[in-house]
Design a protein around this ligand. Structure first.
Ligand code: APR
Length: 236
């Protein structure tokens, strides 16, 4: 593929959330039976929680990592990867799993960090790939400080937001999939599309903040992507 051919492809941007990976067996956060029903955000997903009880925080993310290592990309992830044949696809995900990458998507921006990475607590540029599920007290970075999950916790800045805004501004088509759009600044990204850009939303529950002029598809990610892929290929 030459650069020219790439330039001719329309830019198709996905904004995904936990519902994207639900059919892979990973729990969402805010639904009945979701993770935030069993765990208190303030005890596992804030900088204060990390200060107070790092063992509990590590345990929570170890459990998530263990489940992720047993999970596989679902039909929705695979369809998004497949669309790269015909579109310049960029995925912006709130998910910390690596299922988009494992499905074959080549451009994935993680807004909220990545489960399969750990980071130094004294130097945020020291980020390490993990190939095992357990991150333990006493696991140190090369400067001798404890490693923490490479996750953006509640109350922390979201460093990838400016890059994500840049991507959404260039979108020819935006697809929002599997997110309640309850968490900012991620939820605000939909407001950065150029005027007139088609916006599709796939979710069994319509996110309440959405404007009227979106195409809402009341489907799970797998089925929704099967239907939408056919529609999108008419818009190439
Ligand atoms: N396919 C598509 N969507 C689904 C499916 C499915 N199979 N199952 C559930 N959903 C939808 C739900 O209807 C809901 O709208 O996925 C959405 C999940 O919403 P949340 O649980 O709020 O997850 P998300 O929007 O990703 O949360 C954002 O909050 O807790 C933080 O950092 C965490 O990144 C996360 C952020």
């Amino acid at each position: 593929m030459s650069t020219n051919q790439l330039e001719m492809k329309k830019k198709l941007v996905f904004l995904s959330g936990a519902g994207m990976s639900q059919e892979s067996g990973l729990k969402t956060f805010r639904e009945m039976g979701g993770l935030w029903e069993s765990y208190d955000i303030n005890e596992v997903a804030t900088p204060e929680a990390w200060q107070r009880n790092p063992e509990l925080v590590l345990r929570f993310y170890n459990e998530r990592r263990k489940q992720l290592m047993q999970a596989k990309p679902n039909a929705g992830h695979l369809a998004i990867a497949d669309l790269e044949k015909n579109f310049d696809v960029e995925v912006i995900t709130q998910n910390v799993d690596n299922l988009h990458e494992r499905a074959g998507s080549s451009k994935v921006l993680h807004l909220h960090g990545e489960l399969m990475k750990a980071r130094s607590t004294v130097d945020s540029f020291l980020v390490y790939e993990l190939d095992h599920w357990a991150l333990n007290p006493g696991d140190l970075c090369e400067k001798g400080s404890q490693l923490r999950p490479h996750i953006v916790w509640f109350g922390e800045a979201v460093p990838e937001i400016p890059n994500a805004i840049g991507i959404v501004e260039k979108a020819d088509i935006l697809v929002v999939i599997g997110t309640s759009l309850a968490v900012y600044p991620a939820a605000g990204l939909v407001n950065y599309v150029k005027k007139g850009t088609p916006v599709f939303v796939i979710d069994p529950n319509r996110p309440s903040v959405l404007q009227e002029n979106v195409v809402y598809m009341k489907e799970k990610a797998g089925k929704g992507m099967e239907i939408l892929q056919k529609e999108l290929e008419k818009m190439m």
